[in-house]
Write a protein that binds this ligand. Structure first.
Ligand code: NAP
Ligand code: MG
Length: 501
């Protein structure tokens, strides 16, 4: 869905009335059916815009994890999915994508209520992007084949890719369905069985799409959804019968997952972790107002809860006054509002823990840096809303080094090309970076020198296209989501050699 159509659709709907009428599923999905957790335990998921509970959700423990792994293993072993003809699997996944589109208003509403993000964004980005991702990998299923190796004439060597088996996908709360789709779509396309563990802060869309996958014809046991806390994810990471864990989340938890994999069965581990991405604005930037507007979007979109947030804005000294004025003006567009109002561009922070963490960073910023405005609590009696904060800071402060995952922008002034590269690369992270310049040589040279998985030139976070791999250098993780490369994560490579004579 184009953003314009999504906006028009969003405007035409009375979302508050829809929210009142919404029925919410909170149970796990194992072996083709919704079920409560074995212990009967639940937790409440909250709407951060109102602080009200939305639903009780199954808190899956060890028995549920074991049952889900067994169901996934059985489905993989009997080949009910992997052994279907590629064109059949493609058709089922295309139907799955179509059903997500058909239910996009319901899913967008669930996503907005659960996370606090603006409804227009849920519709145009989260849900539309999820359907597109699943469609994209569906289309790949009957297009990508193996290789025949160039060997001696009496030998035939085939190089083929086979599914890994049982894949666990553990995902975060900032783009719940989209991050889930980036994992489950290539994993299913490759023929695996999948167990999806959404964040306890935002489990509702993941739970809902299990039924849509089943309605599309995905055989029972091929997709499980296990809501629960971090412990549920840990049990999957430790499980001896899970073949691969694909994780998006914090660097700290990513390290725990790698350790759990090492200590259990050496399951494959793919990590998409945090970031503190530099957005470098050179004095020869082609359009200062445009760059400032993109920089504001780069750090304030989705309440700043983005792994790819351009939270370090590096500005060359000559243009600092102009740029800051333009950035402050652009930040005004992100004044928080009711997430169910289609005109809102900044919603609520996902929960009290994250809200307190962001406010603590803002307080630290006021001590260690020059506060240029924002970072205020608004509508505090209603929900968890913070206005976009801008600081002018040295490169070594806490707010300029640590991932905040909230609407806080650290502006750092630099003088030379080399200084900009040095500051940009001086981070434990390496997820993304951007450069704004009119000079082709500067653009290419910087792009090469920046230690990041994605470099944008004269734009920020133009990431919607599935053809571009996404992931990090250094402690931002390993492996890549999106693109054909993601299929490699969910397959083993097999060499088959036949001797003819
Ligand atoms: P998180 O705390 O690391 O949680 C991520 C997921 O892991 C959640 O489902 C969480 O469950 C689960 N989990 C928690 N502890 C676990 C453990 N010991 N073992 C296994 N699983 C565990 O991260 P988050 O706060 O949800 O998300 C924010 C982070 O994600 C940021 O650092 C951000 O940069 C990163 N992120 C990265 C990308 C990317 O593509 N690189 C994209 C989006 C977000 P509960 O939530 O239920 O505790
Ligand atoms: Mg919630």
């Amino acid at each position: 869905m184009s953003e314009l159509i999504a906006k028009k659709t969003a405007e035409a709907i009375n979302w508050h009335a829809r929210a009142l009428a919404l029925s919410v599923e909170g149970r796990a999905f194992i072996g083709g059916e919704y079920c409560s957790s074995a212990s009967g335990q639940t937790f409440a998921t909250i709407n951060p815009a109102t602080r009200q509970a939305l639903a009780e959700v199954a808190d899956c423990g060890e028995l549920d994890v074991n049952r889900a792994v067994m169901a996934a293993r059985a489905a993989f072993d009997d080949g009910r999915w992997a052994d279907l003809a590629p064109v059949v699997r493609k058709t089922i996944m295309l139907r799955f994508a179509a059903l997500i589109r058909e239910h996009s208003e319901e899913l967008a509403l669930l996503e907005t209520l659960d996370t606090g993000k603006p409804i227009s964004d849920s519709l145009a980005v989260d849900i539309a992007g999820s359907a597109y991702c699943i469609q994209w990998y569906a289309e790949v299923i009957d297009k990508v084949g193996g290789e025949v190796a160039p060997l001696a004439s009496n030998l035939v060597g085939m190089v083929t890719r086979e599914p890994l088996g049982v894949v666990a996908a553990v995902v975060p709360w900032n783009f719940p369905l989209l991050m889930a789709s980036w994992k489950i779509a290539p994993a299913l396309a490759a023929g695996n069985s999948v167990i999806l563990k959404p964040s306890e802060k935002s489990p509702l869309t993941a739970i809902r799409i299990a039924a849509l996958a089943q309605a599309a014809g995905l055989p029972d046991g091929v997709l499980q959804v296990l809501p629960g806390a971090g412990a549920t994810g840990r049990m999957l990471a430790e499980h001896p019968d899970v073949d691969c864990i694909a994780f998006t989340g914090s660097t700290a938890v990513g390290k725990c997952i790698m350790q759990a994999a090492a200590q259990s069965n050496l399951k494959r581990v793919w990590l998409e972790l945090g970031g503190k991405s530099p957005n470098i604005i050179l004095a020869d930037c082609p359009d200062i107002a445009g760059a400032a507007s993109a920089a504001a979007g780069g750090v304030f979109y989705n309440q700043g809860e983005m792994c790819s947030a351009g939270s370090r804005v590096l500005v060359q000294r000559e243009i600092y006054p102009q740029f800051i004025a333009a950035l402050q003006a652009a930040a005004m567009a992100y004044t928080p509002g009711d997430p169910l109002d289609p005109a809102t561009r900044m919603g609520a922070i996902v929960d009290q823990i994250q809200y307190d963490k962001v406010l603590a960073y803002i307080a630290a910023g006021k001590v260690e840096a020059e506060h240029l405005g924002g970072g205020d609590v608004v509508m505090g009696e209603t929900g968890l809303f913070i206005t976009p904060a801008i600081f002018n800071t040295a490169a070594n402060t806490t707010i300029a080094r640590e991932e905040i995952f909230g609407p806080v922008c650290s502006v750092i002034v630099f003088d030379t090309f080399d200084e900009a590269i040095q500051i940009a690369n001086n981070s434990e992270y390496g997820l993304a970076a951007a450069v704004w310049t009119s000079n082709l040589t500067t653009a290419h040279t910087m792009a090469k020198k920046l230690r990041a998985g994605t470099v944008w030139i004269n734009c920020y976070d133009e990431g919607g296209d599935m053809n571009l791999p996404f992931g990090g250098y250094k402690q931002s993780g390993n492996g890549r989501d999106k693109s054909l490369h993601a299929l490699e994560k969910y397959t083993e490579l097999k060499s088959t050699l036949i001797k003819l004579s």
